[in-house]
Design a protein around this ligand. Structure first.
Ligand SMILES: [Zn+2]
Length: 158
């Protein structure tokens, strides 16, 4: 187990690299309060996981475009074994089916503790500001939470 660096320990969180070519658009959108997915400008399909060209038509005209901030839990698991000091256990890893995404886009997230979720539990995205990185770029993470209003409307406390 690696000890956190002073910078990450001060923040109490691990920070992703937000300037990598393959994912910078995702993090730029998060800093603006949006979820964005790579989308093909020629065939219109989502390219997830991000690639420099469309996996359906091979176009290189790919751009980051907004995606829904709501979804449902596709699957989940509770992590009980701590593997990093900045990820205290237990926590619940969720796989989220984004609402309205024809290509079956799924994002990974987590919820604190042993979350009371099951397949189909509605969730929504909020954002956590982790401050700026050493170069001054904003570091904002999408964070999922159970959408209690939609869960209640669906007829059950989830
Ligand atoms: Zn395409």
């Amino acid at each position: 187990m690696n000890a956190p660096t002073a910078a990450t320990a001060a923040a109490g969180r691990l920070r992703p690299l937000v300037t990598e070519r393959g994912s910078s658009g995702f993090f730029s959108a998060a800093a603006a309060g949006e979820i964005a997915l790579l989308t093909c400008g020629d065939c219109g399909r989502r390219i997830h996981l991000p690639r420099p060209r469309c996996v359906y038509c091979a176009s290189t005209a790919v751009t980051w475009t907004p995606a829904p901030r709501t979804g449902t839990v596709y699957s989940h698991t509770v992590v009980e074994h701590q593997v990093h000091p900045l990820f205290p256990t237990p926590y619940t890893v969720i796989v989220v089916d984004l609402d309205g995404e024809a290509d079956g886009v799924r994002l990974i997230g987590n919820l604190p503790g042993r979350a009371d979720v099951t397949a189909g539990t509605p969730v929504r995205c909020t954002f956590e500001d982790l401050g700026a990185d050493a170069a001054g770029n904003p570091v904002v993470l999408p964070v999922w939470e159970v959408d209690t209003a939609r869960a209640a409307a669906a007829g059950g406390a989830q």
